[in-house]
Design a protein around this ligand. Structure first.
Ligand SMILES: Nc1ncnc2c1ncn2[C@@H]1O[C@H](COP(=O)(O)OP(=O)(O)O)[C@@H](O)[C@H]1O
Ligand SMILES: [Mg+2]
Length: 236
């Protein structure tokens, strides 16, 4: 195990709460899909894992109720009993960045509520997977008070998992995300490759993965293919 992975492991062991913060190289890269497999894997291994998301935008109207699709998906795949209110602190209707959704719909994010809801999730579960919104530079609130996703990451104090693809352009997106996280003093546990093999060019994807590993010094924790129902690796 290299020094950086060891330091992530130590910080997770020493931090107040156990868990990981799942972020990605962008929106729609697979944070929710991967988080559902992570929560399920941990639970199948006998660890009471839960889910938490601070802010979701783009809720779906179902039978007169605004449903937070991400939380609903993870809840269904991993078999969680928590309510939507316990899983997500802020649910916005419009599928735009949370800062814009809050400007239009009201109810801007308060870090105190995020911390309180996260602490409550931690007291219900042994281990929490927190899912971010968008990519790493996601504005969460932008009025007289400014909150970015990294502020929430710092508040929760969990090591990061970075979800990326191995497609063309992924070295750039992945390394930039990791460099940015490091520049903000965040701890990163490792990288999860999603949709491995989707381009059909394994030579390129395998080289992209080697380059991401080499340029960041991080471990590739899992390679998940299209439609996989299991993470394919043990808990980490
Ligand atoms: N490995 C995969 N296999 C099949 N579908 C996937 C996979 N990864 C992501 N998807 C699908 O792609 C879409 C975007 O993924 P999602 O997890 O919602 O992204 P994010 O949470 O990063 O915005 C969803 O419809 C999701 O089910
Ligand atoms: Mg999501």
């Amino acid at each position: 195990m290299c020094q950086k992975n060891l330091s992530s492991l130590v910080s997770n062991l020493l931090s107040k709460h156990k868990g990981y913060f799942v972020t990605a190289t962008g929106t729609d890269v697979g944070k929710t899909f991967i988080t559902a497999l992570l929560v399920k894997k941990w639970r199948d291994s006998g660890i009471d894992a839960g889910y938490y998301k601070a802010a979701l935008s783009g809720a779906e109207l179902r039978d007169g109720k605004w449903i937070a699709g991400d939380a609903d998906y993870v809840k269904r795949i991993a078999g969680l009993a928590d309510t939507q209110e316990q899983l997500v602190s802020y649910v916005y209707k419009e599928a735009v960045s949370p800062h814009l959704a809050a400007q239009k719909e009201g109810c801007p994010v308060e870090l105190s509520k995020v911390q309180a809801d996260f602490n409550a999730a931690c007291s219900r579960h042994e281990f929490i997977f927190a899912e971010g919104s968008g990519g790493i530079i996601c504005p969460i609130r932008y009025d007289h008070h400014k909150i970015f996703l990294v502020d929430i990451m710092k508040e929760l104090g969990l090591p990061l998992l970075i979800v990326t693809t191995a497609a063309l352009g992924s070295i750039n997106a992945c390394v930039l995300t990791i460099e940015y996280a490091r520049s903000r003093g965040l701890d990163i546990r490792g990288i999860i490759v999603n949709r491995y093999g989707c381009s059909g060019n394994f030579e390129m994807e395998d080289d992209n993965i080697r380059m991401m590993q080499d340029l960041t010094g991080l471990e590739i924790l899992a390679k998940v293919k299209e439609g996989d129902k299991d993470l394919g690796v043990d808990t980490f």
